[in-house]
Design a protein around this ligand. Structure first.
Ligand SMILES: Cc1cc2nc3c(=O)[nH]c(=O)nc-3n(C[C@H](O)[C@H](O)[C@H](O)COP(=O)(O)OP(=O)(O)OC[C@H]3O[C@@H](n4cnc5c(N)ncnc54)[C@H](O)[C@@H]3O)c2cc1C
Length: 346
């Protein structure tokens, strides 16, 4: 899996100081979909710059580039976003037997690149309106655009208890697909009671010998998942349990100390902890911008999916009111492409 993710990353192209097709083609690995890697140009004004390369962003880029609207995507991590790190997707239309998240992500990337979308590695750190254009700053570059789409999705929430940071990636994890295989034949604790927690706990039973699922209140997952959970022999669900501390020997995790609904201390001996307690929007880079966010940090948009700043749009999981599904992210991606085209025409 790690190798597949690495290959996926290699398909985004890191812009060099002197952006020419020739010098970059010599430096960068070729891809099957795009044998001559393209890079964004920091000197020209791009038609559209998209922040992120998840399902929403890739769909928008398919629609725009197919109509010859030049589009640059800036991605800080993995092409395909959250979908690329989801083990199996059963509810995305068109795949009656389901599809692996990584395969879906790769198909979206190939389709976007087929029409000429340019995908660069780059973490966006700021967005600002400069006269009639929009400046998008990354950690090592900046790009000008006539229009910008924020499609930066959301990230895992932390529980914020002692030990969580200390044992991060050494026993504390947020991605079952990425790290589950390290726990073959081991004991695990999974924290959370929503769809993601239950879905990922079920996935982790492929590796773990036993899983204690710690749920603060009640199971909030869908009926289908809740039923599957209830009958799974490898998972014990504990309701009303609040984790207080992750304890280890400084090298590896040994137990989770928690309290039950009566305040009584409970210890859960484990080799690792997977946390799935929700998502927070990837909007830190907007903190100094004029773009309006809702009370929990998601980007507010109007019925045209335009933000409070003209020419800047938002789609997918980062948008206030989004339904947090791939099908809806893709739908928003298509809708916003038409809105952006109209904006550029005007
Ligand atoms: C464990 C799990 C299981 C899921 N299972 C399903 C499922 O079965 N079915 C389903 O429909 N949905 C599922 N989802 C939800 C689905 O993955 C998301 O709704 C969907 O991926 C949202 O797409 P998006 O394009 O809006 O955002 P994302 O997929 O989050 O993509 C956003 C991209 O932006 C990038 N980015 C963020 N900040 C910056 C920055 N500053 N600069 C540059 N790039 C940036 C990120 O790296 C990311 O690649 C699951 C999610 C999780 C976490």
């Amino acid at each position: 899996m790690k190798e597949m993710i690495k290959n996926n990353l290699q398909t985004a192209h890191k812009p060099s100081a002197s952006n020419t097709l020739t010098n970059v083609a010599a430096e960068e690995p070729a891809t099957t979909a795009n044998p001559k890697p393209l890079v964004g140009d920091s000197k020209k004004v791009h038609d559209v710059v998209i922040i992120g390369a998840g399902p929403a962003a890739l769909t928008t880029s398919i629609y725009l580039t197919r109509e010859d609207i030049e589009t640059l995507l800036l991605e800080k991590a993995i092409i395909g976003g959250m979908s690329a790190i989801t083990d199996w997707i059963d509810n995305y239309p068109g795949f009656p037997d389901g599809i692996s998240g990584l395969e879906l992500a790769d198909k979206l990337r190939q389709q976007a690149e087929r029409f000429g979308a340019i995908i660069n590695v780059g973490e966006v750190v700021g967005v600002e309106k400069v006269k009639q254009h929009i400046k998008v700053k990354t950690t090592d570059n900046q790009f000008l655009a006539k229009s910008v789409l924020i499609a930066s999705g959301s990230d895992y929430k932390k529980i914020g208890i002692t030990g969580e940071k200390q044992y991060y990636a050494r026993g504390v994890h947020y991605c079952a697909t990425c790290d589950g295989a390290f726990y073959r034949g081991k004991k695990l604790v999974v924290v959370g009671g929503g769809n993601s927690a239950v879905q990922e706990a079920l996935f982790l039973t492929r590796f773990a010998e036993h899983i204690d699922l710690l749920v603060r209140s009640t199971i909030k997952a869908s009926d289908v998942l809740a039923k599957e959970l209830a009958k799974h022999p490898k998972i014990t669900t504990h309701l009303g349990i609040t984790p207080q501390e992750i304890v280890g020997d400084s090298q590896k995790v040994q137990k989770v100390v928690a309290t039950d609904s009566n305040g009584k201390k409970r210890d859960f001996i484990t080799d690792g902890v997977f946390v799935f307690v929700g998502l927070k929007p990837n909007t830190m880079f907007l903190k100094d911008s004029a773009i309006e966010l809702d009370s929990v940090g998601f980007v507010k948009t109007n019925h045209n999916m335009q933000t409070s700043v003209g020419g800047i749009f938002a789609a997918g999981d980062v948008r206030s009111g989004a339904t947090m599904q791939i099908a809806s992210a893709v739908g928003e991606g298509a809708t916003v492409a038409l809105r952006i085209r109209k904006y550029l025409e005007s």
